[in-house]
Design a protein around this ligand. Structure first.
Ligand SMILES: [Zn+2]
Ligand SMILES: [Zn+2]
Length: 411
């Protein structure tokens, strides 16, 4: 295989265009020939010609002639039967998909799309075929088989909003599996299989959490996949924050940051998250804003010399008060509710900032990072509400802004 440079040359693009045109013409010719073959097979079937050669079934006759597989013979005969009228006793059964047959004869459809139209028409009551087939055919001309089936399913849903009668099969346990693996670079990979009902609600939760962010720090430029990835992490953040406030304070009990005094003092070096993960001093300070912190002394070789007392920075009571005061991420323009938020020390606790309400602000994960990256400063206004001073490139005057996105808590 030739090695490609990132950008193809105009000559390469031209050759690819020519090849694509050729493939399109050849594919159409192949599909047209197949449609003619189906017409012949329908004729052989309706006139019982296989019998003259000693074959009871047309499929056996076809396999003898062409050595196609059982699967291929069945597919060709299924298309032949759906596209052409055929006798049933003294009656003639009309074609199931006459419009699709015309499109197939013109070489316009792939095998998979023909089969999807036939499959869906087979499920739609005969009285609705005249209206359903044009829709399915439209989709078969422009989309793939999954889209044709989805269009068919929408028609079925319209015809029978309550779905098919429930069956009486005994309830079985759902089959689920999950693989969470750490990669060499320290990132993680998550793979999971879940049953249809769990998949539906997971999809709706992720969907709800992957809306574009709001906030005065600029537009959200994440791709849909990135937003869904962030939403997945938010789900776990919410689990860590539960049970939800304001009635009961959630504790972020599961995160412990082990921070060498040296890292604390110089703001350089490494720290350890949950006894195993090495994180940078920068990340350590982000995590340490709202976790249990264990300061320690390390020898040159990293051996622990002395361990300080584990310190839980924000108490449940303080968290409850923080939730009530800020009612969500307090970054200007952000609409994230408390369950997506973390506590932040306005003046870093490692710089002597106290852990009291006057030095705390509630921030969503994203805005917590924004604030730690500097540029935005926070101060508490005289009425006790956090205000944000934007960086000079956003507002040269750095006029304080506050968040008015969260509704007041009902009393
Ligand atoms: Zn913070
Ligand atoms: Zn936010």
């Amino acid at each position: 295989m030739p090695v490609h440079s990132p950008a193809p040359s105009p000559a390469e693009v031209q050759r690819a265009d020519a090849a694509a045109a050729l493939v399109r013409v050849q594919f159409q010719a192949m599909q047209r020939a197949q449609a003619e073959l189906c017409a012949t097979l329908a004729m052989v079937d309706s006139e019982g010609l296989g019998w003259a050669h000693g074959f009871g079934r047309v499929s056996s006759w076809l396999k003898e002639l062409t050595h196609v597989s059982d699967y291929q013979a069945a597919a060709l005969l299924r298309r032949a039967a759906a596209f052409h009228p055929h006798p049933d006793g003294s009656n003639v059964v009309p074609a199931l998909a006459p419009l699709t047959a015309t499109a197939a004869a013109a070489g316009e459809l792939s095998d998979a799309n023909m089969d999807a139209v036939i499959e869906m028409l087979g499920q739609i009551p005969a009285g609705h075929h005249d209206t359903a087939e044009p829709h399915l055919l439209d989709m078969a001309r422009q989309g793939d088989a999954a889209q044709v089936r989805a269009a068919g399913q929408r028609i079925l849903d319209l015809l029978s909003p309550d779905g098919p009668e429930p069956d009486d099969k005994p309830l079985r346990d759902p089959e689920r599996s999950c693989l969470l693996k750490k990669k060499r670079n320290g990132d993680w990979r998550l793979e999971a299989d879940v049953d249809s009902m769990s998949g539906e609600f997971m999809d709706s939760v992720i969907e709800a959490l992957s809306k574009r962010r709001t906030g005065d720090d600029g537009p959200d430029t994440r791709s849909p996949a990135q937003r869904r990835g962030d939403a997945l992490v938010d789900v776990f953040g919410m689990a860590m924050n539960s049970p939800e406030l304001p009635t009961q304070a959630g504790e972020r009990v599961h995160v412990t940051v082990i921070l060498p005094f040296e890292t604390l003092r110089t703001q350089m070096g490494k720290a350890t998250l949950n006894l195993e993960e090495q994180i940078s001093a920068w990340e350590a300070r982000l995590w340490a804003c709202d976790s249990t912190v264990i300061p320690c002394c390390l020898r040159e070789n990293g051996e622990v010399l002395d361990v300080g007392r584990a310190k839980r920075l924000i108490t449940p009571g303080q968290r409850r008060a923080l939730y009530l005061r800020d009612r969500g991420c307090c970054f200007p323009g952000c609409d994230r509710p408390p369950r997506n938020c973390q506590g932040h020390h306005i003046m870093g606790w490692d710089q002597g900032g106290p852990t009291n309400l006057a030095n705390l602000a509630l921030l969503c994960e994203h805005h917590h990072r924004v604030v730690h990256r500097a540029g935005w400063d926070i101060k508490l206004a005289p009425d006790g509400i956090p205000e944000f001073l934007p960086p000079a490139f956003i507002d040269p005057l750095r006029k304080p802004r506050r968040n008015n996105m969260h509704p007041p808590i009902a009393s």
